[in-house]
Write a protein that binds this ligand. Structure first.
Ligand SMILES: *[C@@H]1O[C@H](CO)[C@@H](O)[C@H](O)[C@H]1NC(C)=O
Length: 318
């Protein structure tokens, strides 16, 4: 009898098609969604999504997998008195040209899309456009929009870093065991590196690093902690034509304003240094590799998004 009661409860639950979601969230398929009326840029919006649930739930800007989900979202938007008059960020972007258009939370290409006619055009981030009846349009990631966050109630639970692919090292490493890196990352020593030739400010660059491997939050801007690591980065940068002639962010900073430079990636205080002559000269609190000075180090403003810039992400190998 109990079994039947349990089955009935489960069957009703499954048939209803909506998962249990925390208060304030709405459920559909295997996901819980949260609508945010405040307008933020795409990076800040995604970061805000990660605050809504513990990090291991991997809550991010929404992905839209099919027309039924698009219709569900449209319905939720129309129910919300504020958001229904606004543009709404999606989790799709093409910040890294190598990857092209991807969903930030899964790093999968868009299998379903609902672009307005003539789109995608200029701009690296996609949104549901109020003007186009919530078809998709892309624009500058730094414009401010409302947004929807989503987490998957089935896949979103704690997963330790299991890299989807193995890359073999082109570089001699000090360890004899094979180095396992996520797809597209370059191994060196005990770490894996990813180079992105796109101009973002320091904060957005780090936020983008954290999206590169789904279901982890371990990828951050690089720390450069030895001569060998510095040489490896130098060699990689000068030998890749897509990366040449750009400055690159590292996680080095002195945002604490206490005069000590630190690596945000692991909070190590800097011991190895490779400053360019007469640097740091007080021109900012974040550390870039300076192309004109053979990628020696330079202090610059963290908020700046200079042209011909890029960033390097690092994660320890599995
Ligand atoms: C500090 O270095 C920067 C290069 O990053 C240069 O543009 C700036 O003029 C220098 N400032 C001073 C006060 O020397």
């Amino acid at each position: 009898m109990e079994k039947i009661a349990l089955c009935l409860a489960l069957c009703v639950y499954v048939a209803s098609g909506a998962p249990w979601c925390p208060q304030g969230f709405v459920g559909y398929g295997n996901s819980c969604y949260y609508l945010v009326a405040s307008r933020l840029n795409w990076f800040d919006a995604d970061q805000f999504c990660t605050y809504l649930r513990p990090k291991e739930y991997s809550m991010h800007l929404v992905t839209v997998e099919d027309s039924a989900e698009q219709a569900f979202l449209l319905n939720e938007i129309k129910k919300d008195g504020v958001i229904r008059e606004r543009d709404v960020w999606l989790g799709a972007s093409q910040i890294d040209k190598k990857r092209g258009w991807r969903w930030a939370p899964t790093q999968k290409s868009l299998s379903y899309s609902y672009w307005a006619s003539g789109e995608p055009g200029y701009g690296k981030c996609a949104y549901l456009s109020w003007w186009s009846n919530y078809k998709w349009v892309n624009t500058d990631c730094h414009s401010a929009k409302s947004f929807i966050c989503e987490y998957n109630t089935v896949n979103g639970l704690p997963v330790s870093p299991i890299w989807p692919r193995t890359t073999t090292s082109r570089y001699r490493t000090s360890t004899s065991r094979p180095v396992r890196c996520p797809e597209g990352f370059v191994p060196f020593g005990r770490s894996c590196y990813y180079f992105v030739p796109t101009s973002l400010n320091w904060f957005d660059a780090d936020q983008f690093c954290t999206m590169l491997v789904p279901l982890t939050y371990h990828v951050h801007l690089v720390s450069v902690e030895s001569r060998e690591e510095s040489d490896f980065l130098y060699n990689h940068l000068v030998n890749d034509k897509d990366l040449r002639k750009r400055q690159f962010w590292t996680s080095g900073n002195q945002l604490n304003k206490r005069g000590t430079w630190q690596w945000a990636r692991n909070n190590h205080v800097m011991s190895y240094t490779n400053w360019a002559p007469r640097e740091p000269n007080g021109s900012g609190y974040c550390l870039q590799l300076w192309y004109d000075k053979h990628y020696q180090w330079d202090d610059v403003e963290c908020d700046s998004t200079p042209k011909r810039h890029g960033f390097i992400c690092e994660v320890e190998s599995a």
